[in-house]
Design a protein. Structure first.
Lengths: 241, 82
């Protein structure tokens, strides 16, 4: 599986994502700078990492979403390649229009950097097929703008098309208000696009991907994608699931 | 040269946690007549355009493509020759 990690000015999670692809998954990986372009056929997985790209100026992800490399990311998405946006990478996907909705400032205006629990709502995706539906996993969030918002129509579509992939919950899997400190609508932690080859998630699976960090719940997300790609399951974007 | 003064602000019905926090604080310190506070952003943009109509057209495109997040924000601007 050929992986690319996009580097924006101010990206913070790029090194972690690179490390996971190279040293944990054992896959070839390259950094791509935001002023560059790339050919869709060169990569299977493109990661937009976390970190306050471009200083979060204008709106989180807004300037990154208008940088040169995004045209290549859109081409790759249209070619059925897998796009994973983590934290600020999720915000970039929203600003670029690759996923619907937006992020507001957390409901109590605080920056949250802590472990949280999320429930797997849909494991029939390239990103979550090694999890069980309803499984509760522990990941970590680090964000100030993680309060997912979408209009009524978009929210209905996400629900009816089963595109809500992860939701914040308590340790038992209940969607209690206290387990959603960011204030995200419907406790949303991750959504996929209609075609299913783009995932945006606010928590950081790459920071929960090896024993030495005390948590390996995140590694299965990367392994899921690897299994999908190596299994030859080429994503068919013409078929809307 | 034209100068545009642009305001962006949350759409009606969209949560504005900063506005709510400021409102709560000003109520606490005794501003009893303040009904509501909404936050927003202000931009000044200088435009090279042949006339005001062209400047407006450029500004509309700039707002819709970059300055405004149409999911949650509305905007307004005024233009003057400088």
């Amino acid at each position: 599986m050929n992986c690319a990690v996009i580097q924006f000015a101010g990206s913070g999670g790029d090194g972690d994502c690179y490390h996971v692809c190279k040293n944990i998954l054992g896959q070839p990986v390259e950094y791509i700078f935001h002023k560059e372009t790339f050919a869709a056929q060169d990569f299977d997985l493109i990661i937009l990492p976390g970190g306050a790209s471009h200083g979060d100026y204008l709106r989180p992800g807004a300037l990154a979403a208008r940088s040169k490399v995004i045209k290549s990311v859109i081409d790759a998405a249209n070619a059925g390649k897998y796009i994973l946006g983590i934290g600020n990478g999720f915000q970039i996907l929203l600003e670029a229009g690759l996923l619907p909705g937006t992020m507001l400032i957390n409901k109590d205006l605080k920056f949250y950097s802590e472990d949280i629990f999320v429930r797997v709502e849909n494991n029939a995706t390239p990103f979550t097929n090694l999890y069980k539906n309803g499984e509760v996993i522990r990941l970590t969030v680090a964000c100030k703008y993680g309060n997912y918002y979408a209009d009524k129509k978009t929210m209905e579509q996400l629900k009816t098309q089963n595109k809500i992939v992860l939701t914040y919950c308590d340790i038992n899997g209940n969607a209690a208000e206290a387990s959603n400190p960011l204030g995200s609508m419907e406790n949303i932690a991750a959504i996929a696009n209609q075609e299913g080859n783009i995932l945006g998630l606010m928590p950081h699976p790459e920071r929960c991907a090896e024993e030495i960090l005390g948590n390996t719940d995140g590694i299965r997300m990367f392994q899921s994608i690897l299994q999908y790609v190596e299994g030859g399951k080429i994503h068919d974007c013409s078929r809307r699931s | 040269m034209f100068l545009a003064k642009v305001f962006t602000f949350p759409k009606t019905g969209v949560l504005d946690p900063q506005g709510s926090a400021i409102k709560a604080t000003v109520s606490n310190i005794g501003f009893k007549d303040i009904q509501d506070i909404q936050t927003g952003k202000y931009y000044e943009v200088r435009i090279n355009a042949c006339d005001v109509a062209k400047a407006k057209e450029i500004m509309k495109e700039l707002c819709e493509k970059v300055l405004v997040n149409p999911v949650v924000e509305d905007y307004k601007f005024e233009i003057m020759e400088v």
